[in-house]
Ligand binder design. Sequence first.
Ligand SMILES: C[S@@+](CC[C@H](N)C(=O)[O-])C[C@H]1O[C@@H](n2cnc3c(N)ncnc32)[C@H](O)[C@@H]1O
Length: 261
Amino acid sequence: MYKEYSRFYDDVYEGKRLDELAGLWRDDRDFWLNQAKEAGSPILEIACGSGRLTIPIAELGLIVHGIDNSQEMLALLKEKVARMEVNPENLTYELSSMSGDDEYPSGFNLAFVSTSALQYLHIAEDQEKAFAKAYGSLKSGGKFITDVFNPNPEFITGWGEKILMKQSQSLSDPDTEIDWYCVPISYDGQTKILNMPNLFVFRRQDEQTELSMDVGYYCYSESELKELFLKSDFKDIKVFGGYNKEDFTQISSRIIMMGTK
Ligand SMILES: C[S@@+](CC[C@H](N)C(=O)[O-])C[C@H]1O[C@@H](n2cnc3c(N)ncnc32)[C@H](O)[C@@H]1O
């Protein structure tokens, strides 16, 4: 899925924001950097992608290891690290899957999965494996944090056809503007998968091109996510409804959950 998307991932996520939509999209960067600072080294970022968060964490002088199952996204990370003043010993990464049978390195103070990436795991077996692997990666007292969207019925059905998530100016080509839409097509109550392709519209002068990427997001309820934390033996489970550590309510936009080993 990220093979194609990797080409413009940074443009969409890190390009200059033209418009910020209250509530739907909130900047998570400060939240994660604060969690990283609080936990201290070493840190494991699961599904680190092109290093949108991994790099700033390393730039804080913290030691961070990223894993991702997309070669293309890791190639972007590699390129960026080469261009930046990050001590290569502070930032390491490897190709690995959240739900693969391999184990992560261990001894981390913090392991985290941001940006709804946990929702790409569609079946219980893979989800449980991801939690068990995260648990195994931590030292005693270490924290695991996940961030998924809150699938309240309004979220799934009330958005109409297209939801504008973000408009940005391309990093690589300042003359190009990108509109990023999510298009919730269907929700299957049995599999709990929300079929919500991402649609990207690239505008450059009079030209417009579109690219759609199929994405199915598994919709965790708060209680189901908590169950996964408990099953893997995490203690002291806390939940927030957003990146300002708002209390979680049924209408929160996010479910940010954390547990301690
Ligand atoms: C939305 S991006 C987030 C990247 C990065 N964490 C960020 O905040 O920009 C989701 C990432 O999850 C990765 N991913 C998807 N499924 C995965 C899996 N099973 N194991 C590891 N990474 C996975 C994708 O390759 C992609 O880089």
